[in-house]
Design a protein. Structure first.
Length: 757
């Protein structure tokens, strides 16, 4: 346990990967480093997320392991450096893109010339409009050599690195396939008599090598461009942050870079400006557009005492606020971190693709060798054997399998962030679509979480404002309580202009009530069950209790010196969207259960108003997790939705924990999904997004598998005995180049996801 509790997480940017096989190699190399607990390599974003124990290993050890595997890695810095890292990454990607474009242009021009010169051989026709000198194999050799060894240099380097570590990658297949076509043609050019003496034509396939390399580079450029778009959500989130802030220091307004803002700085925000960091308004009123962070479409009214979120937009009035969170601690920075972590994680559905890519390239090489031997043995035709072998090597594509899952996860989690839904990891995203039962905590989830006192009576009847001595005792004790009911009672007493005293010997009994001593009098406030346990009779106020609970209100009894003195009713208004959200959840064929510490009658009244049939009432905080576990024992996949500290164990116990983002940090930390806006409707959106993402992943995996299952046998010549047709290696190269592009583009369709209402 000590090893796990002392672990740290780092993100490494990787260089040199060409396919999913490379990702598996890097992952294995990192996991072999002593002290590394967990590693996920994401081929889609070329990053590794590593959990390690700093006492057992260093970051440089991990980087050296990557380098020894034939790749390079640099450390992605903390959140303060995110914008700089993004700029550096953009420059690197730009340089890579420009290099690819140069080689594609050169390769494309030469390939067109080679294809024109090869048309007579390819078609078997005399084409007088083609100059005879273009048929010259020596000229074709000179034209092809730059493409083979300059444009195709990266494939040789990648293949050689793989060979040195006794492995094989996509680079290996391309290098072998194009080299077979090039060097066979070179031999036929230099030693034509060897073929003529055997009654064979010394055919050359320079155009095959050239066009295949050019097409694969073109496909990599499209893939490079498309993969860049999958991280668009991260770049947009980073771009939300303003660069400057107007800080008031020594009575003067000073514009400073946002990185220099400190906690407790007083910041001025004018209409139309972005709020630079998180904080609390100290003067002024305004409406703020928080949609870019919370997904909420309507502006929110703010006044002194209200919290503001960095990167949101001030719409109307000016105000001053005190900075409470800066740098990596702001809501925006935490959102970016969560999205980055989620995009770097692996979904369980990816395991099959990882297993396949682990042995994919060696199997393809074995099939290619068998293809050559078989056709040469049966037909005695080296050209036929060569064409089919090159076709098998070229058409095989592990990249499509490697990209199928991570690209969809990246786009899906990014789309979730756009809608105010933060998904902790890919496993949570995948599991969400399997949910069968939704358990909703009442307070702060179904209701607003801000209860108010609606009724108050003493043993002698309904009181008036002049007879509130008892209320003073109660509110004084409740000032020590963190429970929402206690806060409501204190606010009610303050509204009655009651001056509160001091309580001693305060005790809070979870799920029961509180007690304390005020002016030498023992004051106890709590549930009827607790009063019964204390031996205090409550029947004199039973009529009020039954009436108020029938109206959906929570009721607490008041005892002073072990004698019943009064009763208070508290109501927590239901969120306007709760009923519609519950209906939408039930329309998804989900079982909805309400969980609350309220008594059964009050719980039933609330449940009826929002359309919930199953209710678990009078559940103490320490028993919430047990209720979730009981549902799981029935074989159900359970999601728990809550917002409070006492919900954290249940959130952790659930298969999918969903935290209301307006709740506590502890609840959010224990959850798998966080709803920033706090609206239950976002649960429906999260489930719909999960279904859309998993559907997209399955489409990608189907395309990737079916492409290889059909493509490799066709390239091997399985149709030749029946139709006399062979797959041209040029077509195979084009298909291979665009297979991964099609997978990435299919994943990008998720950017069009819109929640169904």
């Amino acid at each position: 346990m000590e090893t796990l509790t002392n672990t740290e997480n780092i993100n490494l940017k990787l260089r040199g990967m060409s396919c999913a096989g490379c990702a598996n190699t890097i992952e294995s190399a990192i996991l072999a480093v002593p002290g590394v607990v967990e590693c996920n390599v994401n081929f889609g974003i070329e990053q590794a997320t590593v959990k390690y124990n700093p006492r057992d290993t260093r970051i440089t050890d991990i980087q050296e392991a990557v380098e020894s595997a034939g790749y390079s890695a640099y450390l992605l810095q903390s959140q303060e450096m995110m914008i700089g890292e993004d700029d550096r990454e953009k420059e690197i990607r730009k340089a890579e893109s420009q290099d690819l474009i140069r080689k594609i242009i050169v390769g494309g021009i030469i390939s067109i010339i080679l294809i024109i010169g090869s048309l007579p051989m390819m078609t078997g026709l005399k084409l007088p409009f083609i100059p005879q000198w273009l048929h010259n194999p020596w000229l074709q050799l000179i034209l092809t050599a730059p493409i083979q060894f300059w444009c195709g240099y990266r494939f040789y380097i990648g293949g050689w690195k793989a060979f040195k570590r006794h492995a094989a990658t996509m680079d290996t297949l391309i290098a072998l396939g194009t080299s077979a076509a090039f060097f066979y043609s070179l031999f036929a050019t230099v030693f034509p008599d060897f073929f003529l003496n055997q009654g064979l034509m010394p055919e050359v396939y320079y155009e095959t090598a050239a066009v295949v390399i050019t097409l694969i580079l073109l496909g990599q450029w499209f893939e490079h461009r498309a993969k860049g778009q999958t991280s668009e959500a991260i770049r947009q989130l980073i771009g939300l942050q303003p660069k400057d802030a107007t800080v008031i220091r020594d009575g003067e307004e000073i514009a400073i870079p946002i990185k220099e803002v400190q906690i407790n700085d007083i910041i001025l925000v004018r209409p139309g400006e972005k709020i630079p960091v998180d904080g609390e308004i100290i003067s002024g009123n305004s409406t703020i557009d928080e949609g870019m962070v919370t997904g909420e479409s309507l502006p929110v009214t703010k006044q002194p005492g209200d919290e503001v979120i960095g990167a949101t937009i001030n719409k109307t009035g000016s105000f001053k606020f005190k900075a409470t969170r800066v740098g990596k601690d702001t809501v925006l920075a935490q959102i970016v971190k969560l999205v980055q972590d989620a995009q770097g994680s692996k979904a369980p559905i990816q395991r099959l693709a990882d297993q396949v890519t682990g042995w994919f390239v060696p199997v393809v090489m074995a099939i290619a060798i068998a293809t050559f031997v078989l056709w040469f043995t049966i037909m005695g035709n080296i050209s036929l054997a060569l064409i089919t072998t090159v076709g098998v090597l070229i058409i095989a594509c592990p990249c499509a399998l490697g990209l199928a899952t991570p690209t969809s996860v990246m786009v899906g989690t990014g789309k979730g962030a756009e809608n105010g839904i933060l998904i902790k990891d890919a496993e949570s995203l995948e599991l969400a679509h399997k949910i069968q039962t939704i358990v909703l905590d009442k307070t702060g989830t179904i209701t607003e979480g801000k209860p108010t006192v609606t009724n108050y009576a003493t043993i002698s009847g309904i009181t008036n404002a002049m007879e509130l001595k008892l209320l003073r005792l109660v509110a004084t004790v409740e000032t020590n309580s963190e429970h929402p009911i206690g806060s409501a009672i204190v606010r009610y007493a303050q509204s009655q202009k009651i001056e509160l005293g001091e309580a001693t010997d305060f005790i809070a009994i979870a799920g029961s009530g509180v007690q304390g001593v005020v002016s030498d009098r023992l004051v106890q406030i709590g549930t009827q069950r607790w009063m019964s346990e204390l031996g205090i009779l409550t029947q004199n106020l039973q009529e009020y209790k039954d009436m108020w609970e029938g109206e959906g209100k929570s009721v607490v009894f008041i005892a002073v010196d072990a004698e019943l003195e009064g009763i208070i009713a508290i109501a927590d208004s239901i969120k306007p969207t709760s009923a519609a959200a519950v209906k939408a959840l039930r329309n998804l064929d989900l079982e909805v259960v309400m969980l609350t510490g309220d008594n059964q009658k009050t719980a039933d009244a609330i449940a009826r108003q929002v359309g919930i049939v199953k209710v678990a009432a009078e559940v103490r905080p320490d028993r919430k997790a047990a209720k979730v576990k009981a549902l799981q024992r029935q074989g159900k996949i359970v999601a728990m939705v809550g917002d409070g500290i006492n919900d954290a164990p249940a959130l952790a116990q659930a298969d999918v924990g969903i935290a209301i983002g307006t709740g506590t940090d502890i609840a959010i930390a224990a959850s798998d999904i966080t709803l920033i806006s706090g609206e239950l409707q976002d649960i429906v959106t999260a489930i719909q997004l999960s279904k859309a993402t998993i559907r997209n992943i399955r489409q990608n995996l189907f395309f990737a598998f079916i492409y290889n299952v059909l493509g490799i046998p066709i390239a091997a010549g399985i149709l030749f005995p029946f139709f006399g047709w062979l797959l041209n290696p040029i077509i195979a190269g084009g298909a291979m180049a665009f297979s991964s592009v099609s997978v990435v583009n299919n994943a990008l369709r998720l950017r069009n996801f819109q929640p169904k209402t």
